[in-house]
Design a protein around this ligand. Structure first.
Ligand code: AMP
Length: 285
């Protein structure tokens, strides 16, 4: 695995590969890697000549400065893990390398409705920051395919829209990979290491209520199911941001189950100061 810290060095290297007709797959991350990240890299490796991954904790996407400050960093371990997974190129830029003119002046991305709901609503500015870093990374890496986790369902939709806004829809294939979970169902996340022992034990309740709602789709009324789920999470000490049942292609909330449509159940909740998100997809019948 070759490690690059400078945009120009990475670009020169990738240019030589693209001249020889190699395909490039890209797995962007913020590090503190777990098996979920690695599954993306492994899939990427199978489907491309060159697998490029990046580790960059993007300050522009943290609406909460404390969350940024406490974001786990395990760089040495990450490098070894990616190398073992067969990653070919790791891009490890500094903030200055990604934002040479500083963080202040940011472009505005028109994300419409997507930015007013769920994560967009509860984390103002977050998706603007995600778009900002992704636009830059896509311009630098110029991949044929990118690999994203379904764990961040709404983010996948935002990045898809960004690729469209950038006019790259025909050039970049977006692959959405399944969420990897711990044995008790908790979605793997870099933030999980911040859960104390008691919180870690409670954390799988999110997956349990997602599963409960999914099992009752078409049986119980969505409003009642959301209320039941909220009560159960609150009784375990969660502070819920949202529990929503939505049309999976638009993220519009569903008032009633519609088996002809793919739907998705999405939850965001805090356990102490750790914010967890998860979702379950329900395919159309
Ligand atoms: P992050 O480092 O949190 O920015 O995540 C980098 C990529 O890994 C994103 O596309 C995430 O959606 C994906 N990812 C995060 N957690 C998981 C998981 N548990 N399973 C699969 N992919 C994941």
């Amino acid at each position: 695995m070759i490690l690059f810290k400078k945009v120009n060095d990475l670009r020169n290297y990738l240019d030589t590969l693209s001249i020889s007709g190699k395909t490039t797959g890209f797995v962007p991350t913020m590090g503190a890697l777990h098996a979920g990240h690695i599954s993306l890299a492994e899939t990427c490796k199978k489907e491309n000549d060159i697998t490029v991954s990046s580790i960059f904790v993007n300050p522009a996407q943290f609406n909460d400065p404390l969350d940024f400050e406490k974001y786990p960093i395990t760089i040495e371990k990450d490098i070894a893990t990616l190398e073992k997974a067969g990653c070919d190129v790791l891009f490890l830029p500094t903030i200055k390398e990604i934002y040479p003119t500083g963080l202040q002046q940011s472009p505005h991305y028109d994300l419409g409705y997507l930015e007013t709901i769920l994560e967009g609503k509860f984390r103002p500015g977050h998706y603007q920051g995600v778009c900002r870093v992704m636009e830059r990374l896509l311009e630098i890496v110029r991949p044929h395919q990118i690999y994203l986790g379904q764990k961040d369902f709404q983010q996948c939709m935002v990045i898809s829209l960004l690729v469209e806004i950038m006019g790259l829809r025909d050039k970049i294939k977006i692959n959405i990979c399944p969420t990897l979970r711990e044995p008790d169902g908790l979605a793997m996340s870099s933030r999980n290491v911040r859960l104390n022992k008691e919180s870690r034990e409670k954390a799988s309740t999110i997956f349990q209520v997602l599963q409960y709602i999914k099992d009752n789709n078409g049986i119980k009324d969505p409003t009642n199911l959301k209320k039941e789920a909220g009560d159960r999470l609150a009784s375990k000490g969660f502070k819920v941001d949202y529990i929503e049942i939505s049309d999976a292609s638009t993220l519009q909330p569903l008032q009633n189950w519609d088996k002809k449509k793919h739907s998705v159940i999405l939850i965001a909740a805090f356990l102490n100061d750790v914010r967890l998100i998860d979702n379950l997809f329900i395919p159309a019948a």
